[in-house]
Design a protein around this ligand. Structure first.
Ligand SMILES: Nc1ncnc2c1ncn2[C@@H]1O[C@H](COP(=O)(O)OP(=O)(O)OP(=O)(O)O)[C@@H](O)[C@H]1O
Length: 234
């Protein structure tokens, strides 16, 4: 098991954001984490990648207890949390942004080759020389994914990657996830159910900080408890 979460809880001033979550993510799986607004998804993922200290519980990555390891050390172990660890440098070219991320693990010519490959994968090759700040919002999000990918992570965590993307960009994103499936383990917080249904191997549903259900996209789609949880919040 690549990632193992046991009894993970977080309270903020008495508000129980995540309570007693158990969660297993096998190597190579694409897992979607869904749930109504405020269910605790970002808090759970924050504890997995080390940005948020849990109130109790453990996180094990590749057999090692990393519960107390700071975020930057988790990155070195192969966790990439794209939208938090990478921030775009708007005045640098797109390619240079990706090269900076690549230098966490590579040197010399390998940096440029890896950056070009990552840009190709997210469909931004034509924008390589533009300043990152001039990209559309959707393209900036794809750039962030390229900056995660270029680090060759063992676990890639994407927090609402399709938010703000156009229909065409969402199609490209789905194709990218399918291409990465089996190669990289992916944990995807996603509100767009079409994206979830078409990319995830398995879906975990969080509701009021607790794991409500886990199953294939089809099972989750048909699950009465899940339907009720979403209806309850409008
Ligand atoms: N730093 C914080 N301080 C206090 N309360 C917080 C903090 N972070 C999150 N919360 C609360 O914890 C609960 C879970 O929030 P979280 O952001 O994890 O949910 P979410 O499922 O990611 O929601 P969304 O889908 O809206 O992003 C919410 O009630 C939120 O208000």
């Amino acid at each position: 098991m690549l990632l193992k979460v046991r009894g993970l809880s977080k309270s903020f001033d008495g508000l129980q954001a995540v309570s007693g979550v158990d969660f297993d993510l096998p190597q190579g799986e694409v897992r979607a984490l869904i749930g109504p607004n405020g269910a605790g998804k970002t808090t759970l993922v924050g504890m997995i990648c080390g940005r948020i200290a849990p109130t109790s519980g453990t996180v094990t990555f590749d057999g090692e207890d990393i519960t107390r390891l700071p975020a930057h050390k988790r990155i070195l172990k192969g966790m990439a949390y794209t939208f938090q660890i990478t921030s775009i440098f708007p005045r640098l070219p797109v390619q240079e942004n990706v090269a900076l991320a690549a230098r966490r693990r590579l040197q010399g010519r390998a940096v440029e080759a890896a950056a070009a490959e990552a840009l190709g994968r997210v469909g931004l090759k034509a924008q390589a020389d533009e300043d990152a700040g001039n990209l559309s919002y959707g393209h900036q999000r794809l750039l962030e994914i390229a900056m995660g990918l270029v680090q060759a992570p063992r676990l890639l965590i994407l927090d609402e990657p399709t938010q703000g993307l156009s229909e065409g960009e969402i199609e490209a994103f789905k194709a990218l996830i399918r291409a990465l499936a089996g190669e990289t383990t992916i944990l995807l917080i996603e509100h767009n159910m079409k994206v979830v249904m078409e990319t995830a191997d398995t879906v975990s549903v969080l509701n009021f900080g607790e794991m409500l259900a886990e199953g294939t996209p089809q099972q989750i789609h048909e699950n009465a408890d899940v339907q009720a949880a979403y209806l309850g919040t409008g």
